[in-house]
Design a protein around this ligand. Structure first.
Ligand SMILES: [Zn+2]
Length: 151
């Protein structure tokens, strides 16, 4: 399962009752994106919640693909956001705190940790491929990113 399948909407029950419509707890479930992030229920949410829901929609559900937001751009962008936080030196617990502050989302720190580990392993493998392929610049760029993720 991808990490984006393990990102959840905080205060889910409360939001369901504010919207008077049920939607899944997973932030990247199709129905959540339709109902919570693209729906007409925004006006029913309290201000603090609405701001964060709108921020999430603006930051991640903002592409022009025909199938948007069901085009996997939101997931890809969110993964970039997680990696950026890691590159800023945050650990899994702090990353979860930040996503809660920013977007009212949460995840289990253990899931974030395994995601970061596997991102580093993926980069390692890609680095080796680039070395073998004779693409030293690509390899060194990935090495730099990996160092930032593991420091
Ligand atoms: Zn898209």
């Amino acid at each position: 399962m991808a990490i984006t399948d393990k990102i959840y909407v905080k205060n889910h029950q409360q939001l369901v009752s504010q919207l008077e419509t049920s939607f899944p707890k997973g932030a990247f479930k199709g129905a959540t994106m339709d109902i919570l992030y693209q729906g007409e229920g925004l006006s029913k949410l309290d201000d603090a919640t609405r701001d964060r829901v709108l921020d999430f929609a603006e930051d991640f559900l903002n592409c022009d693909c025909e199938g948007s937001p069901h085009c996997s751009c939101p997931e890809r962008k969110f993964i970039g956001y997680l990696l950026e936080l890691r590159e800023q030196g945050l650990g899994p617990d702090a990353i979860v705190d930040v996503m809660t502050d920013d977007y009212m989302l949460y995840a289990y720190p253990g899931d974030v940790l395994s995601f970061l580990d596997s991102a580093v392993r993926t980069l390692e493998a890609a680095e080796q491929l680039a070395d073998v392929d004779g693409r030293p610049e690509a390899a060194s760029r990935m090495r730099g990113t990996r160092r930032n993720l593991t420091r």
